[in-house]
Design a protein around this ligand. Sequence first.
Ligand code: C2E
Ligand code: MG
Ligand code: MG
Ligand code: MG
Length: 281
Amino acid sequence: HAKSRGRNTFEFFSQAINRGVRERLDIENGLRDALKHGGFKLHYQPQIDLTTGSICSVEALLRWRHPLLGVIAPDRFIPIAEETKLILPLGLWVIDRACHQLRAWRNDGIAGVRMAVNVSVKQLQDESFFEALGSIVERHGLSGSDIELEITESAIMENLSRVQALLKSLQDYGITLSIDDFGTGYSSLGRLKLLPIQSLKIDRSFVHDIETDHGNAKICDGIIALGHSLGLKIIAEGVETDAQKNLLQNSGCDAIQGFLIAKPLPADDVAKLITQVNGMT
Ligand code: C2E
Ligand code: MG
Ligand code: MG
Ligand code: MG
């Protein structure tokens, strides 16, 4: 009896594991297919400069619908793309698509907005990344200073020595480097000071209950003060309410991003919003 129960438990887990392996494989194959035949889209979420009230940047965010599994969130498929190295061609597709969009907006008279792109540390470790990036930027008639790259705090801190020289080259090329999800990883002050970065994005887990959680409010204040003392610009992500915006503004935060302003939107919708908020130039 006990033996058969043991086998059932084993079968239960082995089926669950098989399902997990199967889904992961479906995602991997789906990624390959979408890279070859198209299937990815970018949405864009605006960032508001709190001193001017205008949209200073938009962040490009990947969107993907798997033909069988439906919409899959980037937090699910990006790690698989990283493990399989598919992030290298996918990451270049994102940069190319985002630059293409920024160029199209410029041609339509929408100026003064920069493009922020998320990059995986796997991309930074690829020797051909800098050259590939530069040639995409130039092919679209843009310059380094039109682009911001966002790198998550944990990824950058774990690979600091390997990517430091590249970060310096990117900075020399005029690209702005931001640390994403700041506050969730482990950054010593000494290492933060050594990084060639221009801004910190406060992770939304500290922002979402800033009105009720005194500790998180203090953490946001601390990040803003620390960042400013190092000459960095501070952006808060995940801002959903006016109260959150006002608290951050009073603490000296430089820019905000979040559902209060807009969700990540298709290109045409975000273009309308930029024109509305910034006016035509
Ligand atoms: P992230 O770069 O920190 O992007 C912010 C995430 O927060 C986005 O989720 C966005 O939709 C969401 N968000 C923005 N404002 C709010 C808000 O007010 N409230 C709430 N609850 N959420 C908000 P998304 O689009 O699902 O992306 C998740 C993560 O996937 C990104 O986090 C980024 O790390 C990664 N990712 C997305 N696109 C790319 C890409 O092209 N390349 C790489 N390497 N990673 C990407
Ligand atoms: Mg980001
Ligand atoms: Mg983030
Ligand atoms: Mg994130």
